[in-house]
Ligand binder design. Sequence first.
Ligand SMILES: Nc1ncnc2c1ncn2[C@@H]1O[C@H](COP(=O)(O)OP(=O)(O)OP(=O)(O)O)[C@@H](O)[C@H]1O
Length: 310
Amino acid sequence: MSVAVLQRPRSKSIARPAPPDPLISMRAVSKGYGSGVTRNAVLNNINLNLRKGEFLAIVGFSGSGKTTLTKLLAGLEMPDSGEIVMENEVIKGPSEERGIVFQNYSLLPWLTVRGNIALSVDRVFKHWSRGERHDHVEKFIEMVGLSHAVHRRPHELSGGMRQRVSLARTLAMKPNVLLLDEPLGALDALTRSVLQEEILKIWEEERQTCLLITNDVDEAILLADRIVPLNPGPNASLGPAFSVELDRPRNKTELNHNETFKGLRNAVTNYLVAVRQKSRDDEALSSEAPPIELPDLQPRSLRIPRGRAG
Ligand SMILES: Nc1ncnc2c1ncn2[C@@H]1O[C@H](COP(=O)(O)OP(=O)(O)OP(=O)(O)O)[C@@H](O)[C@H]1O
């Protein structure tokens, strides 16, 4: 295996403006579950800056700790060591400043599309007039293309439609940071593709700081400004950041023929493949049985003394 693919991609020597300040910083964060022999060390020494207005994608394998990372950023889990800081304040619990969309949309089954979104809007924007809140809800329903289904309840919607409601509900709360934890993971390829385009369009309009967790390299390149791989666990750490040097607005169909897109897809995929192979090799080495030490014995005599035979 080539070691070169594990190295940080070379940055171009063009002078770039300084990156914007981080909105959230993870500093030397480690997290595991359980204790003693049953302890599962999931994340180890994670250092990550999520910059204001950027779209960052974390790509990684199943079980590497992606959801754990999102929950830490959301304040739903606390680090075992290290800290997570948002605008100079250590994150100590969940907050409406950080909106999350999970893979399994958790909609209230007795409320309609409008009702599910309005519930959150009414809670966050209590100080707005009824008319303002109504218009705000309608804007986000329209943004995700569900105006024709406002009166439907979740069981009357397809998976893709439910995920749109979930997205609209979180976007409508206007969080400072949007945390998308494999939001399209449960959808079929076609619906996934349509929703990718929609997220892209919405993000290009709103430019909210956004962190997307995904296992789909193409999706990460289409949407993000920067891609950071999460190496396989246990004790998963972050790999080198890959910068996505593709102009916006982006068009998925056109990107398929774009050389920068293809090169980046190869670089990220090769990195992930190499790092997984390394993790497997390390695992195999550490689980190999130690060599057995044979006792230093010398045979004395194989002859059976006379009279004892039989
Ligand atoms: N609350 C918990 N208690 C104990 N172990 C947990 C808990 N949550 C996650 N884990 C374990 O932590 C590890 C990482 O899980 P996590 O869900 O963060 O990974 P993931 O990369 O999001 O996985 P997937 O892509 O399959 O959803 C797994 O081994 C999982 O079993």
